[in-house]
Design a protein around this ligand. Sequence first.
Ligand code: UDP
Length: 409
Amino acid sequence: MSVRRAAFITLHACPLAAPGQGKSGGMNVYVRQLAAALGDMGMQIDIFTREHSDVFNRIETIGPNVRVIHIKAGPPDAHVGDLYAHLPEFLEQVNAFREEEGLKYDVVHSHYWLSSWIGRELSKVMGVPHLVTFHTLALLKMQSRAGEVEQAERPVIEAEVIATADRIIAFSPHERDAMVRLYGADAAKISLVPCGVDLSVFRPLDRKTARDRLGLNGDKILLYVGRVEPLKGLELLIETAAQMDSEDGVRVMVVGADVNGDGETDRVKLLAKERDLEDQIDFVGQVDHNELPLYYNAADVCVVPSYYESFGLVALEAMACGIPVVATRVGGLSTIIQHGSTGYLKPWRCPDAFANSVEMIISSDGLQQSLGEAGRKRAEGMGWDNVAAMVWDEYAVLTGHPTKGDNNY
Ligand code: UDP
């Protein structure tokens, strides 16, 4: 018998929430797409997430073999920073649901530190293995940007779960090494499995058609995609545009939104104004995930200026669309992007270096094309079916049903 049924725990990142605004981003995409791909392969996945303000149905089937189960724990509009107190309540409700339905899971897979606490407890009750993907880690975030503040409980729980989980998925060697260095993790317990990309949605399209659809003229487009929050380093994007030899004929598009009312977009707009760039920057706001290929394909270059990314899904999506990426050399970005082949990796706080790479790319069609083609080729190894097969192998080994497991990531 092989592994059949997995419980995903994703307390605050509901796979039904639209990514690219507030706190909803790469983790929501990851949970939804990984579950969908495992479901397509025949595994039953129940995704447990917290009931929030936009929920219509308590239980929602989102694809073959995949259900989202909304669990009541705390006020629907509670801030993620206040959820720690509601973990026991969430656990209790998951257990009640499981017993009601007579469900037995072969493995528990938790996402993010809050969920990892629940995953650990749930796996103990059921006597099954616990696998965790942290997505981000407090100590790494705090090291990456001065001023990042985290709940005191977070690094403590992360350290406990790193010590007790049966298996940990890291997105990059950088994340794995940081777990060993900062949390004393046993490296042998950590598997490298990347995030994935939907290669049929994120694919090269005709640039002119994409630009026409978006009402763009012949300007060169620098594209940013992602939540608008301090860790994303949008000031570096603005400084890059300001440092370019000639800003004429160049537009910057910012796709994504902030947490409503936190003022981050206003801060970035003010910076753009101070640099006399306000007429060249479009703040597009949040865009539906499946519409994004139009934006990537309309762009000349995708800029990822983050202080830190444990993976950096946006870079992979741009590459899958055949668009060169210029990014900071941090976290997972240094693994996904092959410097000089699929884009350029630059040190943080170097707008000159960023501007230089961007200018090289936008002034040479040949370079743009060769970087784009190499990016698409690299992305083709990271389709969700490949990634889900690697994750399935991890479950299989944990539950004593090893498959061949050729993870060459
Ligand atoms: N995204 C989106 N619409 C937007 C902006 C972003 O669907 O308007 C998606 C984007 O395609 C990507 C995710 O949000 O899949 C952001 O993931 P990433 O890993 O880059 O950043 P995170 O949010 O995890 O920090």
